[in-house]
Design a protein around this ligand. Structure first.
Ligand SMILES: NC(=O)C1=CN([C@@H]2O[C@H](COP(=O)(O)OP(=O)(O)OC[C@H]3O[C@@H](n4cnc5c(N)ncnc54)[C@H](OP(=O)(O)O)[C@@H]3O)[C@@H](O)[C@H]2O)C=CC1
Ligand SMILES: O=C(O)[C@@H]1CCC=N1
Length: 280
C-alpha cells in the first residue's frame, strides 16, 4: 500500500470535481491518485484526460494501492462498496466520506481504520468555497493535518460538529443550487417584464454576482451593509426590496425543514439497509 497515494472511489459528479480540482491545483499529480467507479468507462475517460492517473480494476485493488480513500458514492451505495473494500482494508487506511447521511460511528463500526467526513461544495471546482470536516474517534492529529492540507488546496476546510453538519451543508453544498435558482427567477422575470434578452440578463446578473463575491472577498461590505448602501433613502431599490421583504422571510425555514427531513429519511434508509445485512 502506497502511503502517499489517494484513492477516489466513485468518479461521478462530486468525485470527479474533487479529483479534477486537486489535479488542476497541482496539489496532487495523476500518479499520486488512483480511481475506481462502478461503471468503469466513466473512470477510464478521466484516466484518458489525465495521463498517469490509474484506474483500479475493482475496489479491493484501490484499497491495496492507496492508504487514503475518498468515498464519493451515494449513501445507499455504501453497503456494497464497503463489502468490496473490506478484504483489503487495514487499520493503516484512512477513509474520508463526502456524504452526510452516514454517521461516522456507523462507518467506524464497519471498518478497522480511522474515518472522517469532508463535505465538499461545487464551489471547490474553482478552488474556492469551504469544505466541512468532521472527525471520527480514531483520527489523530497527523490525520487531521493531512486532511486539512489536502482540502485546503481546493477549499477553505472548516471543522463542524455533527449537530451542525446538516445545516452547514445546506448553506455551503446545497447553497449554490438555491442561490442560482433565485437568480434564475430574477432573470426570467426581467425577461418577461421588460423584453430584455435572456443572454443579456444572464450576463448582467452573473457579473453582478461575481462583483458581489469580490466585495465580500475583499471585506469591503457585509451582506447587511451592502443592502444599506445600495438602498438610497427614498430611492428605487427600496421599492423593490419591500416586495422581497414581504415574500422571502420564512421561505428558507421551510427549505431547511425539508432538507432536514430528507436527511433524516436517508439516515433511516441507510440504517435499515445496514442492519438488515445478513451477518457473515
Ligand atoms: N453534488 C454535490 O454538489 C455534492 C454531493 N455530495 C455528496 O456526494 C455523494 C455523491 O454524489 P454525486 O457525485 O452527485 O453522485 P453520482 O451518482 O454522480 O456519483 C456516484 C458515483 O459512485 C459510483 N459508484 C456507486 N457505487 C460504487 C461502488 N461500489 N464502487 C465504485 N463506484 C461506485 C457511481 O458509478 P456509476 O457510474 O455506475 O453510477 C457514480 O459514478 C452524495 O452522497 C452527495 O450527498 C456532497 C457535497 C456536494
Ligand atoms: O443534493 C444532495 O443530496 C447533495 C448533498 C449536498 C449537495 N448535494
Amino acid at each position: 500500500m502506497d502511503l502517499n497515494r489517494i484513492g477516489v472511489v466513485g468518479t461521478g459528479s462530486m468525485g470527479s470535481i474533487v479529483l479534477e480540482a486537486w489535479l488542476k491545483a497541482n496539489a496532487l499529480s495523476p500518479s499520486q491518485l488512483i480511481i475506481s467507479n462502478r461503471t468503469p468507462a466513466k473512470a477510464e475517460q478521466l484516466a484518458e484526460k489525465y495521463p498517469g492517473l490509474a484506474v483500479a480494476r475493482d475496489n479491493a485493488e484501490i484499497a491495496r494501492s492507496a492508504s487514503i480513500l475518498v468515498l464519493c458514492v451515494k449513501p445507499l451505495e455504501y453497503s456494497l462498496m464497503l463489502q468490496q473494500l473490506s478484504s483489503a482494508l487495514t487499520e493503516d487506511h484512512l477513509l474520508i466520506t463526502i456524504t452526510s447521511p452516514i454517521r461516522l460511528e456507523q462507518l467506524e463500526a464497519q471498518v478497522p481504520c480511522p474515518v472522517a467526513r469532508v463535505v465538499p461544495s461545487i464551489t471547490n471546482a474553482a478552488r474556492s468555497g469551504v469544505s466541512l470536516c468532521e472527525f471520527g474517534s480514531r483520527i489523530t492529529e497527523e490525520h487531521r493535518e493531512r486532511i486539512f492540507s489536502l482540502f485546503s488546496a481546493i477549499s477553505h476546510p472548516i471543522e463542524v460538529t455533527e449537530g451542525f453538519l446538516r445545516v452547514s451543508s445546506d448553506l455551503t453544498s446545497c447553497g449554490p443550487a438555491f442561490v442560482s435558482y433565485i437568480l434564475q427567477q430574477m432573470i426570467e422575470d426581467a425577461v418577461k417584464e421588460t423584453g430584455i434578452s435572456h443572454d443579456a440578463a444572464t450576463y448582467l446578473v452573473s457579473q453582478m454576482l461575481i462583483g458581489m463575491g469580490e466585495l465580500l472577498q475583499q471585506e469591503l461590505f457585509t451582506l447587511p451593509s451592502l443592502q444599506q448602501r445600495v438602498c438610497v433613502p427614498g430611492g428605487i431599490t427600496g421599492e423593490g426590496l419591500s416586495v422581497l421583504q414581504g415574500a422571502i422571510p420564512g421561505v428558507f425555514a421551510e427549505v431547511f425543514r425539508r432538507t432536514h427531513a430528507k436527511f433524516a429519511e436517508d439516515l433511516e434508509h441507510v440504517q435499515s439497509q445496514w442492519s438488515s445485512k445478513v451477518p457473515d
